[in-house]
Ligand binder design. Structure first.
Ligand code: AMP
Length: 146
């Protein structure tokens, strides 16, 4: 079985390069589509939802910066399907799952730091995305930087 539409979740750090490259290599033989998704998490969420100041300007800056970085990736990897790629606000797991369903993706590709123990409990997007995913999920192992 060959995949037809891969959805690559990118955190827009330099670590997304190996994840994108792996997805492109997988997609190449069957000429599958490769789309990107990045989720900007609402700042109020990070502060527990109860913030006594207006974060809208900061939030807009964060979104604009993410858009610039996405554009850089589209230029660097012209084979990426721009039209089906998404930059959106929300919670990564929820948005990635919804998008994968809406776009009928058959593989979600994420980076994984191979955390274990307490670090894993404290948060891994790869782990989070795996649970309840509407399709297969590939976790691309990222090397630890010490
Ligand atoms: P983390 O668990 O946060 O270290 O991230 C591991 C992987 O999850 C990254 O390599 C991305 O594939 C994905 N990821 C993390 N944050 C985001 C985000 N905001 N939007 C989309 N994907 C993300």
């Amino acid at each position: 079985m060959q995949y037809e539409h891969l959805l690559v979740a990118v955190d827009l750090t330099e670590e997304c390069d190996p994840v994108i490259k792996r997805a492109m290599a997988l997609a190449e033989p069957s000429k599958a589509k490769v789309s990107l998704v990045h989720i900007v998490e609402p700042m109020a969420m990070a502060f527990g939802g109860d913030v006594p100041m207006d974060l809208s300007q900061l939030q807009q800056q964060q979104f604009d910066q993410a858009k610039e970085r996405m554009d850089r990736l589209f230029n660097k990897y012209p084979a990426i399907n721009r039209g089906d790629s998404h930059l959106t606000y929300g919670q990564p797991r929820q948005e990635i799952h919804q998008l994968a369903k809406d776009q009928k993706c058959d593989l979600i590709v994420v980076g994984s730091h191979g955390r274990h123990g307490l670090a894993l409990l404290l948060g891994s997007t790869a782990n989070d995305v795996l649970h309840g995913a509407p399709c297969d999920v590939l976790a691309v192992r990222l090397l630890k930087k010490d």
